[in-house]
Design a protein. Structure first.
Length: 367
């Protein structure tokens, strides 16, 4: 299926965000990202007024995708091929937990990759209790702030011999004080981009050899990319000039640059693996735990923030929707292809990010 067969873009949204990228040159990040945040919250309120049954309709769409995937899974079971396998980073909470649950319901064997085995096991218990499906969810330790941990995870996973059909790069950090990863990079950029870059490249050969025809990679991005004017590579290892929100914006731009650059390499290699980005919208999750609006009582804040379940639908759609076979390199919001930022479309910036990522991690594209 080609992108022109998908639902049309919301032109006003694209135009506004593209304009914001240009205007952000003259704004501090706390202002430009504040504009993005207010726009997103306003969109949520508008959407709920237009669709008061949004939660109900969302669950119906979700159930439809799950049922289609279940049908495919049943056919696979009859053929004797093992179930599809998915890895969800940060699958123990928030968007990741709801994504993991939906994938289990769709017939996937899901590996929750997270730092805390205890929290991961609690998530497994929650999923099994809510779905009634036992033995299809497991936990493996992964610390995306450590290249050593990522490589150890990849080796351990490959030794399981399960194969891999879906990778959901969901975990992330947002709006935190300046800290460095184990390898010496600013943490938001290090976890949100570099960690997932390395993990994806380590697992790419498995996705390329998917037993089910083609692998999918889903990257959680964000509208926060629009204010970013480019990745400040010279500042990735030092505190001077650090902006908590600015760094988050840069990391989300990096996610989209990565999707574009990886898609180009997959296409050139003739691989059937697809990679797309999903913006979940502004949701009430742990990422917003420090946001005063998100911490308002449910009454005043009701309608301003999406539930984690609704937010997770973006990733679930990219993971399961059969109409997305062959669609790659795109940015989705509310199951619609959107225009990413002007900078995200800049091939020179895409290739610069790739070159720097290779330099920092020592790993390049290889099937």
């Amino acid at each position: 299926m080609t992108t022109d067969q998908l639902p049309p873009r919301a032109e006003w949204y694209d135009n506004f965000m593209s304009g914001l990228t240009k205007k952000s040159k003259y704004m501090p990040y706390f202002i430009s990202l504040g504009v993005v945040g207010v726009t997103e919250l306003g969109f949520n309120v508008w959407q709920r007024r237009k669709q008061p049954d949004l939660e109900v309709q969302s669950k119906k769409r979700l159930q439809s995708w799950i049922e289609q995937a279940e049908t495919a899974a049943d056919a696979v079971a009859l053929s004797g091929i093992s179930p599809r396998v998915a890895i969800v980073t940060g699958g123990n909470a928030g968007l990741g937990l709801h994504t993991s649950k939906a994938l289990v319901e769709a017939g996937y064997r899901v590996v929750i990759a997270c730092r805390s085995v205890k929290k991961g096991n609690e998530a497994v218990q929650t999923i099994e209790e809510q779905t009634g499906i036992k033995g299809m969810t497991s936990v493996m330790t992964l610390d995306l702030s450590s290249f050593e941990s990522i490589k150890a995870f990849s080796v351990e996973f490959k030794l399981l011999g399960l194969g891999l059909d879906l990778l959901v790069n969901n975990a992330g950090l947002m709006d935190i004080p300046f800290t460095l990863t184990t390898d010496g990079f600013e943490s938001q950029f290090g976890v949100n981009h570099l960690g997932h870059y390395l993990l994806t490249l380590e697992l790419l050969p498995l996705l390329h050899r998917s037993h089910h025809g083609h692998g999918r990679i889903v990257v959680l991005s964000s509208a926060a990319m629009y204010p970013s004017q480019g990745i400040p590579y010279a500042q990735l290892r030092s505190k001077p000039g650090y902006s908590r929100l600015g760094s988050y914006a840069h990391s989300k731009l990096a996610n989209m640059l990565f999707v574009k650059a990886l898609n180009r390499r997959l296409s050139a290699a003739g691989s059937s693996v697809t990679v797309n980005a999903a913006h979940p919208g502004t949701c009430r999750t742990d990422l917003f735990s420090s946001n005063p609006i998100a911490n308002l009582p449910n009454g005043p804040a009701k309608g301003m923030f999406r539930s984690a379940e609704v937010g997770a639908m973006g990733a679930v759609y990219l993971a399961l929707a059969p109409e997305l076979d062959g669609v790659s390199g795109e940015y989705f919001f509310d199951q619609i292809v959107r225009m990413p930022s002007v900078n995200a479309l800049d091939e020179e910036q895409q290739e610069m990010l790739w070159a720097k990522s290779v330099e920092y991690t020592g790993v390049d594209f290889d099937l």
